[in-house]
Design a protein around this ligand. Structure first.
Ligand code: MG
Length: 377
């Protein structure tokens, strides 16, 4: 649906529905996403986005605005940073009719959403994501959380936003590698639900996927729509219907991706790890479920075309490589495993995801050999 100043409004039809506004130069839509009657707004934003802050706060003229600056990236997702935010909200006498606005990438969204979820047992939050990854993933779906020494995202809450504002103009200063990494989650959505995403990537010069590109905008909108449809059906990841994996489908490629991220001490970008993980589960499905060699090849072609890794050379893992047993051990403790059986979302066919539970160790190893380029696929 087209709205004023050429924005698209996508509705996330959960129990408390909300709008995701997407477009170029659409920050003036922020006020319209805040719940009625909001008097005070706390902007939670990383220090690195200081330059954006003044013009952004001006959009809220007439409201009481406080700014909570937090560290960049994952450094923000700690108990201490959350506690500092709660303290500031307490000092300001922040009430239930006030709202949090996050301005930043996925870590800011996760932390800010968690602060909003917990303050007074939940105040409204509007997310304004500034990376492709946050637009298509973290900002939509209501997952919030912080990290603990025991692992990432182990403490958190489901707290859906009152609205999400994706202004693609904010991507103009994002490093190219970050845009490319965000496309990892977008291409994932193409394989699990919306093949038009794959066709758009296949027919567009990758270098043209810049902040002002109408194709990038369509890709972002389509990926958000995929996520919106999935979370509307299964917000809390309890399961899908008719054999569909439900929200777990968004975890396509993520089981191996999380293990690779951990093995590289998070030096690899999430979207890069997701690309590797998706190629891995395609190889696994070719062995355990009969996915066609053409579709396996298409995984390599599309992720590779946008500039993401599709094989796992030892150079990616610090020159020494990671022995599959290490990755396998990590996958077994992944929070998405149930009991001690490994579970993977795999494809039966394009956009036909199913859960593969307990694949054989021989298939797991053969798929890894194929990903590593040690064996033919
Ligand atoms: Mg992800």
């Amino acid at each position: 649906m087209n709205a004023p100043n050429d924005s698209t409004v996508l509705r996330v039809a959960t129990a408390s529905p909300y709008d995701v506004v997407v477009g170029h130069d659409v920050l003036d839509r922020l006020r319209g996403l805040l719940p009625e009657g909001v008097q005070r707004v706390a902007i939670i934003t990383p220090e690195s986005l200081e330059d954006l802050l003044e013009p952004f706060a001006d959009l809220l003229e007439g409201l009481d605005v406080i700014v909570l600056q937090v560290p960049d990236g994952e450094e923000a997702k700690t108990w201490e940073v959350a506690a500092a935010c709660w303290e500031s909200l307490g000092e300001e006498g922040f009430t239930r009719s006030d709202a949090v606005v996050t301005l930043g990438g996925g870590a800011t969204t996760d932390l800010g959403g968690f602060v909003a979820a917990t303050w007074l047992r939940g105040v409204a939050v509007v997310h304004v994501p500034t990376t492709v990854l946050a637009m298509v993933d973290a900002a939509v779906g209501g997952k919030t959380g912080i990290n603990t020494p025991a692992g990432k995202n182990l403490v958190g809450s489901f707290h859906e936003p009152a609205g999400v504002l994706c202004d693609l103009a904010l991507l103009a200063t994002l490093p190219r590698a970050e845009v490319v990494a965000g496309l990892g989650e977008v291409v994932k959505c193409g394989f699990i639900a919306d093949p038009r995403i794959l066709e758009l990537v296949e027919t567009t010069e990758p270098a043209e996927l810049t902040a002002d590109s109408p194709v990038l905008r369509e890709l972002v909108e389509r990926a958000i729509q995929v996520k919106a449809d999935v979370v509307a059906g299964d917000l809390k990841e309890t399961g899908g219907v008719d054999g569909h994996p439900g929200r777990e489908v968004l975890n396509y490629g993520h089981t191996l991706a999380h293990a690779v991220e951990k093995a590289t001490d998070y030096a690899i970008r999430h979207g890069e790890a997701v690309a590797l993980g998706c190629v891995y589960v395609a190889e696994l499905a070719a062995r355990a479920g009969g996915l066609s060699p053409e579709l396996v090849a298409r995984h390599r072609a599309v992720f590779g075309r946008v500039g993401l890794p599709t094989s796992l050379p030892t150079s990616l893992l610090g020159g020494e490589g990671v022995d599959f047993d290490t990755l396998l051990a990590t996958m077994r403790v992944d929070k998405k495993a149930r009991g001690n059986q490994l579970r993977f979302v795999v494809l039966e066919d394009l956009a036909r995801p199913v859960v593969l539970a307990g694949p054989s160790e021989a298939d797991l190893r053969a798929a890894y050999a194929a990903l590593s380029g040690l064996a033919g696929s």
